[in-house]
Design a protein around this ligand. Structure first.
Ligand code: GRF
Length: 210
């Protein structure tokens, strides 16, 4: 068997944080690159599908259980320590439903990205798809952005629109949005790994790999 350990040591280390299904994690796992690899998966609760996906791919997974900590600051410190233990270059929030405290953002500045199911700054928060349908927008979409200290606010890396169709409910629109997420996220990670993106203030310069 080919020893790839020295080759892997050259590539960009990615930690994925997830809270549920982990289909975005799966999209990363299904689109392998010589330039980056997922070194670990962390969740905020046990028994989630994302951990099964990690295990099936032979990737270490662990839970930093939100309910074990008295407040957001304590949880943030614990999960930041767990992230740091993997020595990642980048952290991907892929359906991670907890807000990380400022301490995590300060510890990994411009090294945490999030995938959000709307065209930010519209429809921030945990109900972006429902809110878009209720508002009656005809177009929503996907945003991949760096994480800063405000919710769904950091510098935007890329966005792609998704049409809202007559009769859409949350499930049908989410499915259409996720197809876009699953295509965009590996491209963004590839661009980060290749050093193609540069952040200046709110602006992200550079191109996302085609
Ligand atoms: C994604 O649709 C993402 O936009 C949102 O949470 C969802 C997570 O899906 N932040 P999955 O766990 O990756 O399947």
């Amino acid at each position: 068997m080919r020893d790839v350990s020295s080759e892997l040591a050259q590539t960009c280390r990615i930690v994925v944080l997830a809270s549920g299904s982990g289909s975005n994690l799966q999209a990363l796992l299904d689109d392998p690159s010589p330039d980056w690899w997922v070194v670990g998966v962390l969740t905020d609760r046990p028994d989630v599908r994302a951990l099964e996906r990690a295990a099936a791919a032979g990737i270490p997974g662990a839970t930093v259980d939100w309910s074990d900590y008295p407040d957001r600051a304590a949880f943030t410190e614990a999960i930041a320590d767990s992230i740091a233990a993997f020595e990642p270059e980048y952290v991907v929030l892929a359906g991670f439903m907890r807000i990380l405290g400022a301490a995590a953002v300060q510890r990994f500045p411009n090294r945490i990205i999030n995938v959000h199911p709307s065209l930010l700054p519209a429809f921030k928060g945990g109900h972006a798809i429902r809110d878009a349908i209720e508002y009656g927008v005809k177009t929503t979409g996907v945003t991949v952005h760096f994480v800063d200290e405000e919710l769904d606010h950091g510098p935007i890396i890329c966005q792609e629109s998704v049409e809202v169709l007559p009769g859409d409910d949350e499930a049908t629109l989410h499915a259409r949005i996720q197809r876009v997420e699953h295509r965009l996220l590996p491209k963004v990670v590839q661009s980060l790994a290749l050093g193609h993106l540069e952040v200046t203030g709110r602006k992200v310069e550079g191109r996302v790999s085609p």
